[in-house]
Write a protein that binds this ligand. Sequence first.
Ligand SMILES: [Zn+2]
Ligand SMILES: [Zn+2]
Length: 140
Amino acid sequence: MTDASKNQHGDDHHGGCLCGAVRYRLRGALKFAGHCHCRSCQRAVGAGFTTWAGVEKENFEVTKGRIKICETSPGVERGFCDICGTSLTYVSEKGWPGVVSVLAPTLDDPGFAEPTAHVYVEHRLPWVKLDDGLPTFERF
Ligand SMILES: [Zn+2]
Ligand SMILES: [Zn+2]
């Protein structure tokens, strides 16, 4: 957690979708940043794995446009831009109460959201090789 928290001194961080229709702002410290290898994320985003940064719900704000929400499994809401299709957010009140996670690469300055772990590596794709030294978890 050191790097992610070290770079967080309450600064605002902005982000948005590829077409620019949706913009959002994060406030305060990240709750976490990490890579997820679960099949749901792979399919939802169309990537080998996903990288998330989470903040308290009150520290997340849509500043332009609107995020379209799809309940992709019971209690799990994934948000995206319904113009360009960029995946943006993940909310699970059961799994992560009070937290909004954003896909870190949609931040304007994604480098600050340094991941601290790989989760759901039981679903890791065989052509994804991990050698960054971060801890890995079969599930969460
Ligand atoms: Zn868009
Ligand atoms: Zn996932």
